[in-house]
Design a protein around this ligand. Sequence first.
Ligand code: PLP
Length: 435
Amino acid sequence: MRAQNPDACPDDPTARPSLRTRAVHAGRADLGDLGVHALPLDLSTTYPLPDVVAGGDSYERLAGGGDLEAGASPVYARLWNPTVARFEEAMADLEHAVGAVAFGTGMAALSAVLVAAGQVEREGTAATGEAAAAGAHVVGVRPLYGGSDHLLATGLLGTTITWTDPALPVEDAVRAAVTPRTRLVLLETPANPTLDLVDVRAVVRAVRAVAPDAVVAVDNTFATPVLQQPLDLGADLVLHSATKFIGGHGDAMGGVVAVRPGLTAWLARLRTVRALTGALLHPLGAYLLHRGLATLPLRVREQQAGATTLAAALAGHPAVRDVLHPSRPGADPSGLVGRQMSGPGSVLAVRLRGGMPAAAAVASSLRLVTHAVSLGGVDTLVQHPAALTHRPVQGDARPDDGLLRLSVGLEDPADLLADLVQALDRAVLLEQAPA
Ligand SMILES: *Cc1c(COP(=O)(O)O)cnc(C)c1O
């Protein structure tokens, strides 16, 4: 009875159980056979080798990005870990991917994608006899997480970046920025920190028209697979900072790249980059992140309900110029909520009339809400993007000084509202005070 499943893709042809059920069971199919109930945690750094030849074969296979063969030795934890592989299997299931590769952080996951895109560029230039390019040409749709923006803007990993023109409709902007040599297009939706929504299908159409071999990567950290499955919208790669909603409890860092069916070569590329650069996810992190998946659908929906209530309530406060959240009137001109994304999510931002001083006053007056970066956890956090997460972002793309980003947790929304209102009231008093 697919109709009972609010988060299923409406046109999903497979009769798999609903996402809520899969979130509890994904990556656990063999636990009964193993005779255990909880996720097994393997902390081995090295593994016994049956003999030199078999060990060498396994090494070669894993270093080349292949899967561990049944009964083979994982050789060394930088190449393979069963606790991590189990978490990857679960993430691939939830994202409708052919596979997923997990990393130590979200930034490590993005770095691996950029390095792998550079590898594709080198293979491409070698095949055509062109001079080897320094790295991949990337098109970025702003706004992006400040760290991602910074990494692309500096070209640290040899990539070159073209930002899309924010004045154009996104499909035209992407079409104008992409060239036949573009290897990667990166976007976020909802985007950090303004909660802008980007039409993934429109971006994919624009990219395919100009650069059929370029991959479209969607950072799905804010939406999570509970609200949106970008691979079903035509994207090639899905990125996550698993540090945020996936873990959900603020105690484990991680990153994930999930790969579209048909792009299996990318799985091997990403695993090879991970093995060579050492960007692996620690098995204890994988264990915690995997455990977090079971409650992900419930957390995301409950936090979203709280955020929607708060977004409406805060919009009327005299200190607030506007509230940025996909649930707000005018925030979703293309009607993506309900079509691309099943709900508006639980991160919002408030733009304060009093600018930076008001934002600083609010951040330091909150009692229940914690003033800290990060998001997606069970407790509510507030932070000032221009000073913190988006500090390195240059020029016009830098967020407004009066913007505060709020990640709504699982507390009672009435208690959160009371705390936010007392802090916002101080901002109003500050504005009224003689200079
Ligand atoms: C936090 C974040 C990242 C970076 O992830 P880390 O786990 O902190 O490395 C990337 N993208 C988005 C949207 C984020 O919020």
